[in-house]
Write a protein that binds this ligand. Structure first.
Ligand code: DCP
Length: 229
């Protein structure tokens, strides 16, 4: 007689995560990702992982985010390489709750920000290639395990105003065309022309007041937390 051994839980082995459902929140700069994360952090079944912007601002005393905006040709690759590393850390963070809710993912760095920086001549072909090779090695060897992407779809005009209002000092020089180029790349990636999606996408129109956004989050709770699309 054959003894059936219990199947190892490969997800546990690969990323130490107990989450049964992993959701990444995507959307352009200022689209309200942190607001969504804050809302769902109140649920006991959810553990949220905010993007580590603070880490990017202080890499042993170096503000890489500021350097990238001040002199992108010199710093874009260094910054994006570091963001990629911190995103791997986020994906690997053990999660004690059934639902792991992440702000952004490895994928938006690759398909939106880096694509944009390369296309606009801020990254050389060599830098772009090294970044993409790293991305390939990581995604082919690591079970990132994304189950759902929530896309906060927002008009770049509205974002430009919001970014000015929130006045994060590094972002004050962001021109409108930077946001509209990033918007197009989010659209290409998440609305389906590049064919490189790691999971299904729930699209939420985020051109709305804060109060209406909270209503939308409530209406879509079961889709966001259980993937009932
Ligand atoms: N950023 C970048 N490259 C990445 C990720 C982020 O250049 N791969 C930059 C863009 C912003 C800052 O980092 O200046 C934070 O951007 P996000 O859009 O990720 O986060 P926000 O704080 O804008 O999110 P939201 O306002 O939606 O909560």
């Amino acid at each position: 007689t054959r003894i059936e051994l219990p199947r190892p839980d490969y997800t546990m082995l690969l990323n130490g995560s107990k989450a049964r459902f992993t959701v990444c929140v995507e959307g352009n700069i200022g689209s309200g990702k942190s607001t969504l994360l804050n809302h769902f952090s109140k649920f006991s079944d959810v553990q949220t992982f905010q993007e580590p912007v603070q880490k990017w601002r202080d890499v042993k005393g170096n503000n890489l985010l500021a350097l990238m905006y001040e002199d992108p040709k010199r710093w874009a690759h260094t910054f994006q390489a570091y963001v990629q590393m911190t995103m791997v850390e986020q994906h690997l963070q053990p999660c004690q709750a059934p639902v792991k809710l992440l702000e952004r993912s490895l994928y938006s760095g690759r398909h939106c920000f880096v694509e944009n920086l390369y296309k606009s001549g801020k990254m050389t072909n060599a830098e772009y290639t090294v970044y993409c090779e790293w991305f390939k090695v990581i995604t082919q060897n690591l079970d990132v395990g994304v189950d759902l992407i929530v896309y906060l779809r927002t008009d770049p005009d509205l974002l430009h105003a919001r970014i000015k209002q929130r006045a994060r000092c590094e972002e004050l020089t962001i021109p409108f065309h930077y946001l509209s180029d990033l918007h197009s790349l989010h659209e290409d990636w998440l609305m389906g022309t590049t064919g490189s999606l790691p999971a299904p996408v729930l699209v939420l129109d985020a051109n709305d007041t804060l109060a209406n956004m909270f209503k939308k989050f409530e209406e879509h709770t079961s889709e966001i937390l259980c993937g009932k699309l």
